[in-house]
Design a binder for this molecule. Structure first.
Ligand code: GTR
Length: 420
């Protein structure tokens, strides 16, 4: 039995409330969703209405700062050095149709060196191509059948199927995630793919922010608005982007950032922080991602903060069981991407991530796209299962549960074709 100590900031005092995470019963009854109204993305905090793109820029800043302070935490400016070491290049990959590359990126700061292994696939064409960038859950070797792609040494979650135990990855995981990252199909459609293991950016456990990217900033004094792990993963995606801008095979104006689940939350926050990501994809990101918090359907703010105390800024705890008091909701995170295209995908059986709440978030973000004369979400009622809808906001709910599947990729490729 594990007790969690949650700090609630009330007035000037801090109260500690012991809570048991396992007491939580998710609501899966649509009829029990509380009535709520969403904060309007086009209304300034002072009540003024946004009527022009110029005013939206100011309002966007206002919304961004709220997410930064209350939800994900503020990431530092990068003032370190980036070094790229070429591990291998296979120019004749896929019978000569593609190149596969391994790059070890070193994030250097303060005498420290954080290595990140990038696994890159791209079609052998003469012109530069668009690409997808996404973090993976169990290491780059899970996307490769041969030993050239090494098993990561960073901390990893234990998972029997993926061959990790004692928080170490192993050969047993090799190739096990190729179906979730169908690089042959991605390359055949004319796109590159760049992936890296998220635990190299920040190991996914609560270590008091000593390791990973947080450890590169030892002088930082942390407060309730400091960056958590989701922000760390998102910030790391920008460092990868810094490097990718130097790669000649890539059209760096056409990079789609994508993530599944907790990494979908990170992809959304990366898209909000860094507009070099020209297209943003959330796969089953749920609570703290694309789903509306106010619905309290499936995973809730309190539950996520108690289960994963290191993911968000400490301030987010203030909204445990108080979703209605949030000054934002997650549709405004989607709106921060405008006018860039954003795609949200759900699995119909993945009720924990609230598929309907993810869809409603797309609808509620749409007025901001309309301000740009763009169509956001083309429909206002949830589409049928396996019937994607694609405006400048895309959405599908596919059959099945939580996962990044080939069906999802096929929609992302179509959506990217539409916009790139
Ligand atoms: C769950 C968590 C979700 C989601 C998921 C995942 O345990 O409650 O918010 O992020 O993990 O990342 O697989």
């Amino acid at each position: 039995m594990r007790n969690f100590c949650i700090s609630l900031l009330v007035g000037s005092g801090i109260f500690f409330q012991p809570i048991q995470a396992q007491d939580f019963e998710p609501n899966y009854e649509e009829g029990l969703v509380p009535s709520y109204s969403l904060p309007d993305p086009l209304l300034f905090a002072n009540g003024d209405t946004v009527t022009s793109l110029e005013e939206w820029n100011s309002r966007r800043q206002e919304i961004f700062k709220i997410f930064e302070k209350e939800v994900y935490g503020k990431s530092p400016e990068w003032d370190g050095e980036l070094e790229a070491e070429v591990l291998f290049v296979n120019p004749d990959f896929m019978d000569g149709k593609a190149t596969r590359k391994g790059i070890r990126l070193h994030l250097k700061r303060n005498g420290q060196d954080l290595p990140l292994d990038l696994l890159i696939f791209y079609p052998n064409t003469r012109k530069s191509v668009p690409a997808f960038l996404g973090l993976n859950f169990y290491g780059n070797h899970t996307l490769a059948t041969d030993s050239q792609v090494v098993v990561p040494t960073a901390w990893i979650r234990n998972n029997e199927t993926m061959g990790s135990s004692d928080n170490k990855a192993s050969e047993a995981g090799r190739g096990k995630r190729i179906s979730n990252w169908p690089y042959e199909k991605i390359v055949a459609r004319g796109y590159g793919l760049v992936s890296l293991y998220y635990g190299e950016l920040d190991p996914d456990f609560d270590d008091g922010f000593q390791n990973g990217v947080h450890g590169l900033f030892p002088e930082e004094s942390r407060d309730a608005a400091s960056w958590g792990s989701v922000a760390g993963w998102a910030w790391g995606l920008s460092r990868v982007m810094d490097y990718l801008e130097t790669e000649s095979w890539l059209n760096s104006e056409k990079v789609a950032v994508l993530g599944h689940s907790r990494l979908g939350k990170a992809a959304l926050w990366a898209g909000a922080m860094d507009d070099r990501f020209a297209l943003v994809i959330s796969n089953n990101s749920g609570c703290g991602g694309a789903a509306l918090s106010r619905r309290q359907y499936g995973e809730t703010v309190a539950r996520i903060n108690r289960s994963f105390p290191h993911w968000f800024a400490e301030n987010f705890n203030q909204y445990n069981e108080r979703e209605m008091e949030l000054p934002i909701d997650q549709h405004q995170l989607l709106a921060l991407m405008a006018p860039r295209p954003v795609y949200v995908a759900s699995g119909v059986e993945d009720r924990w991530a609230d598929p309907k709440g993810e869809f409603l978030s797309c609808v509620a973000a749409s007025p901001v796209y309309r301000l740009f004369d763009l169509e956001g979400m083309p429909v206002s009622s949830p589409p049928a299962v396996n019937h994607p809808e694609m405006g400048h906001i895309g959405y599908h709910v596919r059959s099945g549960g939580h996962g990044l599947l080939e069906y999802d990729w096929m929609q992302y490729l179509d959506f990217a074709d539409l916009h790139f």
